[in-house]
Design a protein around this ligand. Sequence first.
Ligand SMILES: *Cc1c(COP(=O)(O)O)cnc(C)c1O
Length: 211
Amino acid sequence: MTINSILEKTKNVRVVAVSKYVGIGEIQALSKYGFTEFGENKVQDLARKCEALRGQNLSWHFIGTLQSNKINLLLRQKPILWQSCNSLALAKAVNQRLSYTLDTLIEVNSANEASKSGLNADEAVDAYLQIQQECRNLRLCGVMSIGAHSENELEIAKSFEKTHKIYENLQKHGAKLCSMGMSGDFELAIKCGANMVRLGSVLFGALKNGV
Ligand SMILES: *Cc1c(COP(=O)(O)O)cnc(C)c1O
């Protein structure tokens, strides 16, 4: 895929460029194509890249597992969105350390895979409402999910549809973002209602190959 074809396919959704595999140079190169939102799954990497690129009008998403000893380092970077809030306990720990309002998504493990973190689909709505009520420094904005780890497109679609259902249920409680779809399945995710996709390898691969 080329950058232009990715831009065309994602023209109606928000794209987060996942830069976890690349360095500062590639991030700067990609930003020339108009990408301004970047995502990292390790707090130290986010902090390092965010600091190195300060002043360039980029914003940062945290999409990984958050260990409690990294919370302060993350919050110092003022990420635009924390996409991977996966428990009430973690939400409370972050809430307690916040001195500003942090936009946050709950991570849902819609495929119910043991290898994945995230709230189970059947507990997601209740957890969302409880976090909303108890964590006043978090502004819950919706849901994030990773599609089923499968070769079977139907299985993947099923997991996206499940996440999208949860998102729809939460819209009356202020949810606006449905973040799902990565390099291998973003077109399917968009068909299933994603309005935010997180693209790493497909995007930086395209960058290497030119427009
Ligand atoms: C790495 C990662 C992505 C991007 O993965 P690609 O397959 O390279 O597009 C998206 N979301 C999360 C949570 C990730 O960890």
